[in-house]
Design a protein around this ligand. Structure first.
Ligand SMILES: C[S@@+](CC[C@H](N)C(=O)[O-])C[C@H]1O[C@@H](n2cnc3c(N)ncnc32)[C@H](O)[C@@H]1O
Length: 291
């Protein structure tokens, strides 16, 4: 079992989709989970995801970025039927153990998003990819393939819920103390150490002074929604920090809810709830393209 993260001689040169497994090593994963207070996280999210899923009548959920199981377990406890996938066996083992401690047997599948449907079968009402996970893909072809695999795993009227950090704010205004994030009070400090249009390298400092890093791709909001439209999602609503209106603020996180259901624009037939019914900001297909 790998005990140290390995970014080699030149950490900012590490820009590979496959590197995520070496970043989520046992020490990082277990420390993170001991310190993150699941109740505090549940309080800050409220019932946002549960509400969005219930509003769309979703019951069968595929969590493609299970991590240590936070959302899978919350959704099981809220009565959803959940399958928990992740590319990292380390993460899935931890999630299974976390589920067991709470009296649940998680249905786990180790699957990389780029060939998800090879390992995960059946159709789902919703696919969730949460906790700023999609940022781990470094090549556009990987992002397109992963989104296409998520799309294929959905029923004809299914939804994808995918969140991301607000990298636009850091890329456009540089990083400052505003971009130091504290998890669980001051227990874990997360801050950008390097930013350029192809890399967001974050440093995570723990109370015992141990330090870990993640190298991620800084997704712009408009770029993410454009890719979703291009793989076939018809309507995308974007929320900021679990709020239905965020335009005035500069949220830390964006949450995209992408609907697969095709509708006739002229007749307005077969479509889901309107923007006004949902709250949130709708992105038209060509909206907000990256510069
Ligand atoms: C930041 S963690 C988030 C975990 C969890 N959703 C949460 O919010 O606590 C990102 C997760 O995505 C998984 N991941 C990253 N790239 C992946 C890929 N290409 N295929 C499958 N899983 C991947 C990692 O193994 C990790 O568990």
């Amino acid at each position: 079992m790998q005990e140290q993260q390995d970014f080699g001689q030149d950490p900012i040169a590490v820009r590979e989709t496959d590197h995520y497994k070496e970043e989520y090593i046992k020490g990082f994963v277990s420390k993170w989970d001991q310190l993150i207070d699941w109740n505090a996280r549940a309080n800050s999210e409220g019932d946002f995801f549960i509400r969005v899923l219930r509003e769309r009548g979703a019951h069968k959920i595929l969590d493609v970025a299970t991590g240590t199981g936070f959302h899978s377990i919350r959704l099981i406890e809220a009565g959803f039927d959940v399958v928990s996938a992740d590319g990292s066996p380390e993460m899935l083992a931890r999630a299974f153990e976390n589920g067991r401690k709470r009296g649940h047997i998680l249905r786990t599948v180790q699957a990389d998003w780029r060939w998800l449907n090879r390992d995960v079968h059946g159709k789902y009402d919703a696919v969730i990819c949460l906790g700023n996970s999609f940022t781990h893909l470094f090549e556009e072809r990987d992002r397109r393939k992963a989104l296409a695999e998520f799309y294929a795993a959905l029923r004809h009227d299914g939804i994808l819920i995918l969140d991301q950090r607000n990298y636009d704010s850091i890329l456009d205004h540089g990083f400052s103390t505003k971009h130091v994030f504290y998890y669980c009070g001051e227990n874990i400090r997360a801050e950008p150490e390097h930013m350029d249009p192809g890399l967001a390298r974050f440093r995570y400092t723990f109370p015992d002074k141990s330090v870990y890093h993640l190298n991620m791709f800084p997704l712009r909001k408009g770029y993410t929604t454009r890719l979703m439209h291009e793989v076939g999602f018809q309507t995308i609503s974007t929320y900021g920090d679990f709020q239905e209106t965020y335009r005035q603020d500069d949220p830390d996180f964006f949450i995209h809810v992408a609907e697969k259901q095709w509708y006739d624009k002229a007749e307005g037939a077969h479509r889901g709830p309107t923007e006004a019914e949902r709250g949130g900001e709708d992105s038209p297909p060509e909206d907000d393209l990256p510069a």
